[in-house]
Design a protein around this ligand. Structure first.
Ligand code: SF4
Length: 719
């Protein structure tokens, strides 16, 4: 068995990329091995890791956020898993084991489960931080090695609603259809449920440059975020009413003659149905639904319509709802009516969150997809991918369950009985977390691959320690659709294996055809598998990525320059036009009542990332945001009888959590905000509602009804 696959010795400063978010900032990393050796009984001297920002990488231009600057701490962290762990029986503790023992346990469990319950009783849950090579290989491992249809990933919880909307309207889903730097040239930008000042700080240089020459920025968010503070106009809607706000803005644009009739006639279809549907969204009605004053709505429409170039950008605040797909469509309708998509420095886009949130959803980790963003139910797509994989199309499984549906059915008749979780911490990140934990405990077998013992790994029967960002090469696709190469910069510690290596070893133990563990070889196969698909990577090579600082997909041949800007000529739909879709305001699946009188919404903090498995272990980040907080308006804090620093208990119909109050004037008085980075008693997903969007299967993370009491009072009962 080969260990530490994909590593290179640390030599000089190696250009690579940050391990965290979708900006994939360019950094360099240098490892200097310590001189001499340690005295007996002393710990071995540690290598010095020097991390710097790349001044000329196009998304960060020398900037990094606090997470990026401290990312090297993850590499030699004392909590790092450096050997596999196994549990002898359900009640015993995890103990160290050899790779042979751990992999044999996994292979035996998968084989026994499939022979007893059928192929679909083994499932895989992947992650949006995995490289394209890993995401591709995981899809192949599920469908060609295990032949199970049960694979989905945590990106379902992030990007699926915007992806669904973009596919329906534009015929393609690429988060930003233009380079990020175009933001500097946009005269007006509306951010809907997006807070780049905290989530993508280096990107703010493009916005600041635009503001300095007079560009206008509008923020739609129930909170006065750092992005909202610098904006020209801040609209604070009731959670779950973003759709009505968009329809109301389109109503105003039509009424004031601000729509682009020529663009609508030449480049779109379906506008008449949308024009009829938004007639009911007259401004004072929209004010009553959203809480946004009519004059502000009118101002926002006029700002966008008057600008020479304008963008509408949505993010999770608008999308993580049970009507998130329709909400994204409502903003696409507005952008199309104003004639924005395809115009210079203009358009609609969605801001991806996870590091490979874009690429992770293109190459087969999703339950309903094959590589190249192909549909798994398309016979031509099945034939193409089956040929690349050397199997019969009929041997490819059909679509499986979406992420929450898969978790909800764990351990049940017909559900998954043995689950492999790869680089995802579902105990913290899935909605209705206590229920998800119950379902995990009902599994016959759980194996988790991770770099640290996450809350999910702590429940596993087998834990597999893996390589991490700077220790392995692989491509990522950033929020712009730019495919970049995250190069191995240092050697991995002994005892860990790459995810590709784990798949290779497991496939061998399962008696199936060999899988490569060499990232470049996997990428070459991915190129062939994606050829002709919507996300066509066939013209992209490691050499081109290095020479061109990334290549934008689609790139269908080695002579093709890549596609930084989509939609300039037409749209990749059947009729080459963008499609309007009439959509109606439905609101959150759960709204406040007497027992649960406030809205709870969730999101991210500047100093933490996702479920916190990594960032809660970095000293400076942990010091900045060490525990779960709940942000509320001062007037609400007074009503509840608490002040900043007090502990409160939050209760919803799904559970309770305890958090520390952060009171201020920036948030709506009927809404509280809590970040989702924390486990244990402060885990906000103990509270969230798994009501699913019918199109995307996105859970409603962004709105549910909550009760709040000072800790010390009897708890509100959770039915
Ligand atoms: Fe890393 Fe994102 Fe911060 Fe850049 S903005 S340094 S990619 S976490």
């Amino acid at each position: 068995m080969r260990q530490c696959v994909g590593t290179v010795p640390g030599q000089g400063a190696v250009p690579t990329h940050c391990p965290y978010c979708s900006l994939q900032c360019g950094i360099t990393l240098q490892a200097d091995e310590p001189a001499g050796s340690a005295a007996a009984n002393d710990p071995p001297p540690r290598r010095a890791l020097t991390l710097a920002a790349q001044d000329d990488f196009p998304t960060n231009l020398g900037g990094l956020c606090a997470k990026g600057w401290t990312a090297a701490e993850l590499l030699d962290h004392p909590d790092r898993l450096l050997e596999p762990l196994v549990r002898d029986h359900r009640d015993s503790a995890l103990r160290p084991a050899s790779w042979d023992e751990a992999l044999a346990r996994v292979a035996e469990a998968f084989t026994a489960t499939q022979s007893r319950y059928g192929r679909d009783a083994v499932g895989i849950f992947g992650g949006g931080g995995l490289t394209n090579e890993k995401a591709y290989q995981l899809g192949k491992f599920a469908r060609a090695t295990l032949r199970t249809r049960m694979i989905d990933y945590n990106g379902r919880f992030c990007m699926s609603s915007a992806a669904n909307a973009a596919n329906r309207a534009f015929g393609i889903d690429r988060g930003l259809p233009f380079p990020l730097a175009d933001l500097a040239d946009a005269d007006a930008v509306m951010f809907v449920g997006s807070n780049p000042a905290d989530t993508l700080p280096p990107a703010m240089q493009f916005l600041e440059s635009a503001r300095s020459r007079g560009a206008r920025h509008i923020v739609v968010d129930p909170r006065e975020t750092n992005t909202a503070r610098g904006a020209h106009l801040h609209l604070q809607p009731v959670p779950g009413t973003d759709l009505a706000l968009a329809n109301g803005m389109l109503n105003i644009a039509i009424r004031e003659g601000l729509i682009d009739a020529t663009y609508i006639a030449d480049r779109t279809s379906g506008f008449d149905a949308v024009r009829r549907s938004v007639r009911l969204y007259w401004p004072d009605r929209v004010e009553r639904i959203t809480g946004v004053p009519e004059p502000d709505l009118v101002r926002a429409v006029r700002l966008l319509a008057a600008a020479r170039s304008a963008m509408i950008l949505t993010a999770r605040g608008a999308e993580q709802h049970s009507s998130g797909s329709d909400t994204a469509l409502a903003y696409i309708n507005l952008a199309l009516a104003l004639g924005l998509p395809g115009r210079p420095a203009s358009g609609y886009g969605t801001i991806t969150g996870q590091g490979n949130g874009q690429g992770g959803r293109e190459h087969g980790q999703k339950a309903d997809q094959l590589p190249g963003y192909r549909r798994i139910d398309d016979p031509l797509a099945r034939a193409h991918v089956a040929k690349v994989w050397g199997i019969e199309p009929g041997d490819l499984p059909q679509a499986g369950l979406s992420a929450y549906e898969l978790l909800d059915a764990l351990g049940t008749d017909g559900g998954v009985r043995a689950l492999w979780v790869v680089a995802s911490n579902i105990v913290v990140s899935a909605p209705r977390a206590a229920h998800v934990i119950e379902r995990i405990k009902a599994l016959d077998f759980l194996v988790v691959s991770d770099i640290f013992l996450s809350e999910t790994a702590a429940l596993a029967d087998v834990v597999l320690p893996t390589t991490q960002w700077a220790e392995e090469s692989g491509t990522m696709t950033n929020l712009e659709g730019r495919v970049i190469l995250r190069k191995a910069a240092i050697a991995a510690p002994p005892g860990v294996l790459s995810d590709l290596g784990v798949m290779r070893e497991l496939a061998a133990r399962l008696g199936r055809p060999e899988l490569s563990d060499v990232p470049r070889d996997v990428f070459e196969e991915l190129r062939r598998a994606s050829a002709g698909g919507k996300a066509d990577y066939s013209g992209i090579s490691y050499e081109r990525i290095a020479a061109e600082r990334g290549v934008f997909w689609p790139c269908p041949s080695e002579r093709h320059p890549g596609t930084p800007r989509l939609f300039q000529v037409d749209f990749p739909t059947n009729d080459r036009r963008a499609h309007f879709h009439p959509v109606e305001q439905k609101g959150a699946a759960e709204t406040p009542d007497e027992t649960y009188p406030y809205y709870l919404t969730t999101g991210r903090l500047l100093s933490q990332y996702q479920s916190g498995t990594q960032t809660r272990r970095v000293a400076a980040l942990n010091e900045a945001e060490p525990e779960a907080i709940v942000e509320m308006h001062l007037s609400l804090a007074r009503r509840i009888g608490v002040t900043s620093g007090d502990l409160v208990r939050l209760s919803t119909r799904r559970g309770t959590a305890v958090m520390r109050v952060r009171a201020g004037r920036g948030i709506r008085a009927d809404t509280v905000f809590a970040p989702f980075h924390y486990g244990g008693a402060g885990a906000v997903n103990l509270l969230t509602n798994p009501a699913l969007d019918p199109h995307s299967k996105m859970p409603e993370f962004k709105a549910c009804a909550v009760a709040i009491e000072p800790v010390g009072l009897p708890a509100t009962p959770s039915p």
